[in-house]
Design a protein around this ligand. Structure first.
Ligand code: GLY
Length: 299
C-alpha cells in the first residue's frame, strides 16, 4: 500500500496528481514527491509556489524547499534561492550529492547552476501585477492582512509505502514563503524538524501556514515524537496544535497547520485557525478532505 498526502486545494491537486503519475511510472517515494512539488513549482498559473508565486518586499522571489528520507534520516534543503525552479530538486541534490543538510541564498543558487539548473526570471506578469498592487497600496494594516491572506502557499507532501523491510516514509516541502516578506526571511518549510520530519520507525509529519510560529514549535519533529509516544496521527497533530495555541498566542492569529502520516497509512491534521484542505491519495485515488480549526482545549 502507498499513501500520499498534499496540502491545500489547487496546488495540492497539481502536486498529488503528478506524484501519482510518477508512481504509475514506477518511481520511488522520493522521486514521486519531487515530481509532485516540481509540477506545482513549474505551473505559472498557481500563485502557490515556484514560478509566478508571490515575491518578497523587493519584488523578488526567494524560494525554500526541503526533503527528508525516513529510512536513513538523510535530509536536504535550500532556502532563499532566487531564479531557480524547481527548488525541491535542488534540495534533493543537496541531500544526495553533498554531505550537508542545507545551502542558502546565492550559494544555493550557485550550487544549482553547477548541477545544471538554468537560471530564469520567475516573476510572471500576473505576479508583477499583484506585487505592484501591494506596493502602491501598502499600509501596515494592509501588509498584515495581505500576508495572512496570500500565504497559503506552501505545498508540503508526506508519503508512506509498505515494503518487504517494513514501512518507508518521505516528507518534502516547497514554498515561496510569506508573501511580501522581508528579503532574506526564511520560514519553517526548509527547516528539518519545523516544516518536515520523517522517521521510518514511527512515520512522518509536515507543516504549513505561519512559518515563524511553526518553527518556534518545532512542529513536525514534535508531531513525529508524539507518534513515537504511541499517539495516533490525529492525536499527535492535535497535541502539537494545542501546545501552540497554549504557548504561542500569535499562532491563534494565523493559520498554523500540522499533519501526520503513520507507518500504517493512518493520517490526521490539525489547524490553529481556519479550515485546512488536505489531499489524500491511497493507492492512486486522491480525494480532498477538510479539517476544521481546533479549539484550545480538548472536547
Ligand atoms: N510555511 C511557510 C512559511 O512561513 O514560509
Amino acid at each position: 500500500m502507498t499513501t500520499i498526502l498534499a496540502t491545500w486545494n489547487e496546488p495540492g491537486k497539481v502536486a498529488i496528481e503528478a506524484a501519482w503519475a510518477a508512481r504509475r511510472r514506477g518511481a520511488d517515494l522520493i522521486s514521486c514527491l519531487e515530481a509532485g512539488l516540481a509540477a506545482a513549482e513549474k505551473d505559472p498559473t498557481l500563485v502557490a509556489i515556484g514560478l509566478g508565486s508571490l515575491p518578497n518586499a523587493d519584488g523578488e522571489l526567494e524560494l525554500d524547499a526541503s526533503m527528508m528520507d525516513g529510512r536513513t534520516l538523510n535530509a536536504g534543503a535550500v532556502c532563499a534561492v532566487r531564479g531557480i525552479v524547481p527548488v525541491i530538486s535542488v534540495a534533493r541534490r543537496v541531500m544526495e550529492r553533498t554531505p550537508h543538510v542545507m545551502l542558502a541564498g546565492e550559494q544555493a543558487r550557485r550550487f544549482a547552476i553547477a548541477e545544471g539548473f538554468r537560471p530564469e526570471n520567475l516573476m510572471t506578469p500576473a505576479a508583477i501585477e499583484r506585487y505592484e498592487a501591494w506596493r502602491h497600496d501598502r499600509s501596515l494594516e494592509r501588509e498584515y492582512v495581505h500576508a495572512i491572506e496570500e500565504s497559503h502557499d506552501t505545498v508540503t507532501m508526506l508519503a508512506v509505502e509498505s515494503t518487504p523491510e517494513g514501512p518507508h516514509c518521505v516528507a518534502a516541502s516547497s514554498t515561496s514563503g510569506l508573501a511580501f516578506k522581508l528579503p532574506g526571511r526564511v520560514g519553517d518549510s526548509p527547516i528539518v524538524g519545523a516544516g518536515i520530519y520523517a522517521d521510518d520507525e514511527v512515520g512522518c509529519a509536515g507543516a504549513t501556514g505561519m512559518g515563524e510560529e511553526l518553527w518556534k514549535a518545532c512542529a513536525s519533529f514534535r508531531t513525529v515524537e508524539n507518534l513515537r509516544r504511541g499517539y495516533t496521527p490525529q492525536e499527535a497533530c492535535n497535541d502539537t496544535v494545542r501546545h501552540m495555541l497554549r504557548r504561542q498566542p500569535r499562532s491563534r492569529e494565523f493559520p498554523c497547520v500540522v499533519f501526520a502520516l503513520g507507518r500504517d497509512g493512518s493520517y490526521g491534521a490539525a489547524s490553529t485557525l481556519g479550515d485546512f484542505p488536505l489531499w489524500v491519495g491511497v493507492d492512486d485515488v486522491p480525494r480532498l478532505e477538510t479539517y476544521p480549526a481546533l479549539s484550545a482545549e480538548p472536547a
